[in-house]
Design a protein around this ligand. Structure first.
Ligand code: ADP
Ligand code: MG
Length: 711
């Protein structure tokens, strides 16, 4: 979906900004005190330019502003002390590494020893008895109070010392760059370039938001005057980063809204006809979502809707409704495409549709990588000629040679794989089609607003009647056998079981039982009386299909599988799932997995075999035993593991943020509203005051969001 949203220009304002900022884009070796060799070391930290160095943020800070008396010192805490050098001793140790230097420091309240190991004898000379000394370090207790390897300054009180009256940054480092050196390099980069950083926000906005300007923020994020100033600085950088992203989305959304799409007549007759195809009543949630979808379809604005809901909540039903509604006026020659993430799922959808549409006399086809060249050519030519009404397929649908005659609606079943949306570029003539995307990954509301800011979101939060939640138990080591016992009991009643393994094959460094090895154990030792099978993602498709069919038909009763079963297996007789090494998987993923069982008349039981190790890991898994609410589970995952786990960073299309870490979800909402206001007032960002904003948005998100004319 490429369309012109922003076109680049080089207004005087932008040119000016560029000139001012060029120093930021210079190679880092030009910073005073860096040079070619250190620049190479910095390269390992991803620091190439002056800008990169300025944006290399501290991971923490040492607040050295408050000196304490010896009596006030607390063990295990870092502190600054100041006193008089009372005694110096040096004890050589055997070996080449020097000895132990001990400097006893007294103040009015007590004594502390500063200790250096691997010290040279001549170091003693640096500590004249009777001199004032200030020191910073972590306080320990070893036959008295100690600081090991403290930072120190002789002859100055903390107030007189540059390094003890400040908050110092602590940076992520690399070999060849010490903390001191990094501080010096950052300081000279600030000196050289901080004042050249261009300000994106007006003074009025900064004031309204209570944010410091960019120059102040850059300084305060490295060498803050107070921790409050540091927090404000970081917030400013996060705000700017999110604001850019939200602006990009808002621009895109506005552009989408301006486009003329198709409108469909979805009237009561069509509605009745479609409903009569299903052997059940729709749930309230389905009805609500269908009403939202139908309203989108009636409107000439192209639908761009995300449909969320747990596995099995009946999303496919909604999708089928939309497809049939789009095809209802046969005189229009509309075409509909349904895209699934795997061949197996595409086939499954195709079969479901075929059985539903028996009477509807629609011309349908399946388009996957499994077609022969001749079949594919034939299908493509019928698509282009308008001789097919409905096509179901995989990514094969979005190959460049696929052309539609009159594509009216695209449904994408993403399951848990995100990112298709970004690549969705179906060839078609005429106006843009309506788009409906289904996902089984529950996305916390705040985050959904953010990731899908250019889409409308519908949620099915209700299961069809009769579906019971899957009872889930966490089994620590020592109690795993109980899970296998329970599985045997279910098998004896004629039901089937999944055993899930996180990996296909043993990796040396990870002590995980692989699916392959697990399969052998299951077949030979654990369930010798039942036919077992193995399913994993690396198997050829034909073999996968055979195995799935065998399992569905009850020929196989136990399936050892990798997490591929997450996607699309519908086996009503499967009532037990045992997940090995559950601690290795995300909560959302585990939740999807267990959605695969208990889909028939009998309730499902899921056992998480885990060696959680830590309390957090255990608390995390426990959430699954307490709730079946996918959204709550997703929130928890987001909180504990970050968005990468939820989306799979690579293909998610989620931008990588440099500063923002998702700990402040409210900031998402705030920037969304602020960006929306700016774009509402200036949809193309052509106002001179938005010149820098527009430039940044184009540079950062132009390609990703399919903005044309990136220049
Ligand atoms: P999803 O796509 O959300 O995973 P499906 O649409 O595949 O869910 O529905 C899961 C199962 O529930 C299917 O077998 C479907 O026929 C059935 N189903 C869906 N909606 C209802 C309903 N309202 N009443 C009864 N069964 C339903
Ligand atoms: Mg489905």
């Amino acid at each position: 979906m490429h369309f012109t949203v922003l076109s680049d220009d080089s207004s005087a304002q932008v040119a000016l900004t560029e000139q001012v900022e060029t120093v930021l884009d210079r190679e880092v070796r030009f910073v005073k005190g860096v040079g070619p060799k250190r620049a190479e070391a910095l390269g390992r930290l991803g620091i190439e330019t002056v800008r990169d160095l300025l944006l290399h943020l501290p991971r923490q800070y040492e607040d050295r502003r408050h000196a304490r008396s010896v009596r006030e010192l607390e063990v295990e805490k870092p502190a600054v002390v100041c006193g008089t050098i009372a005694h110096v001793s040096y004890r050589p140790t055997h070996g080449p590494r020097g000895g132990v230097l001990q400097v006893q420091v007294d103040d009015d309240t007590g004594t502390i020893a500063l200790v250096w190991f691997n010290a040279r004898p001549r170091w003693q000379k640096s500590f004249p008895v009777g001199e004032t000394i200030s020191a910073y370090g972590s306080v320990t207790f070893y036959a008295g109070l100690q600081m090991v390897n403290p930072d120190y300054e002789v002859g100055r009180t903390p107030e007189e010392s540059e390094k003890f009256s400040r908050i110092l940054p602590v940076y992520p480092l690399t070999e060849g760059v010490s903390q001191r050196l990094m501080r010096r390099m950052v300081a000279s980069a600030l000196e050289m370039a901080a004042d050249r950083a261009a300000e994106m926000f007006s003074p009025a906005r900064l004031k309204e938001k209570g944010l410091p300007g960019i120059k102040r923020a850059l300084r305060d994020v490295h060498f803050p005057r107070s921790m409050a100033a540091q927090r404000a600085a970081r917030r400013r950088l996060c705000y700017e980063e999110l604001f850019l992203f939200q602006t990009a989305l808002a621009v895109r959304r506005a552009a989408v809204a301006r486009r003329e799409g198709m409108s469909f007549k979805v009237g009561p007759n069509v509605d009745r006809r479609i409903r009569s195809l299903f052997p059940f009543e729709f749930t309230e949630a389905q009805d609500r979502v269908i009403a939202e979808v139908a309203a989108d379809m009636r409107s000439p604005r192209p639908m761009n809707r995300l449909l969320q809901g747990d596995v099995g909540c009946g999303k496919t039903v909604v999708a089928v409704y939309a497809m049939l509604a789009a095809l209802a006026e046969s005189s229009q020659g509309h075409q509909v495409a349904l895209m699934a993430p795997t061949e197996i799922l595409a086939e499954q959808h195709y079969l479901t549709l075929e059985s539903l549409l028996e009477k509807a006399s629609l011309r349908t086809a399946l388009l996957t990588g499994a077609l022969s060249a001749a079949e594919r050519r034939d299908t493509l030519s019928r698509l282009a000629a308008g001789e097919l009404d409905l096509v179901v397929g995989t990514h094969a649908l979005i190959q460049p040679d696929v052309e539609f005659h009159n594509l009216a609606l695209v449904v994408v079943d993403e399951q848990h794989r995100f990112g298709v949306r970004q690549r969705l570029e179906l060839r078609r003539k005429g106006p843009p089609p309506d788009v409906l995307i289904m996902t089984a990954t529950p996305i916390p509301r705040t985050l959904a607003l953010f990731c899908f800011a250019d889409m409308d979101v519908s949620i099915i939060d209700q299961m069809p009647p009769g579906r019971r939640p899957v009872a889930t138990e966490l089994k620590p080591p020592g109690r795993w056998e109980e899970a296998f016992e329970a599985a045997r009991a279910e098998l004896a009643r004629g039901r089937s079981a999944f055993v899930v393994y996180p990996l296909v094959e043993e990796k040396r460094d990870l002590d995980l039982t692989s699916a392959r090895e697990g399969y052998r154990q299951l077949a030979e030792e654990v369930f010798p009386d039942y036919a077992c099978c193995l399913l994993h993602g690396q198997m050829p498709t034909a073999r996968k299909r055979e195995v799935m069919k065998g399992f569905r038909d009850g020929h196989y009763r136990v399936m050892a599988a990798t997490t591929v079963v997450e996607v699309g297996v519908d086996v009503p007789r499967a009532t037990v799932m045992i997940v090995q090494h559950a601690e290795r998987l995300g909560l959302a993923q585990l939740h999807q997995l267990r959605g695969r069982i208990g889909r028939g008349e009998h309730a499902g039981r899921c056992f998480l075999l885990a060696d959680p190790g830590t309390e957090t890991a255990e608390r995390r898994l426990r959430v699954l035993t307490e709730t079946n609410d996918g959204f709550r589970i997703a929130e928890e995952d987001l909180r504990l593991r970050g968005p990468g786990e939820l989306f799979g960073t690579e293909q998610s299309g989620m931008p990588e943020f440099r500063f923002y870490d998702f700990s402040d979800l409210a900031l998402l909402q705030e920037t969304r509203e602020d960006a929306a206001a700016v774009v509402a007032a200036d949809p193309h960002l052509t106002e001179p005051s938005n010149a820098l904003l527009r430039r940044r948005v184009l540079a950062r998100y132009g390609k990703r969001l399919g903005f044309a004319d990136i220049g």
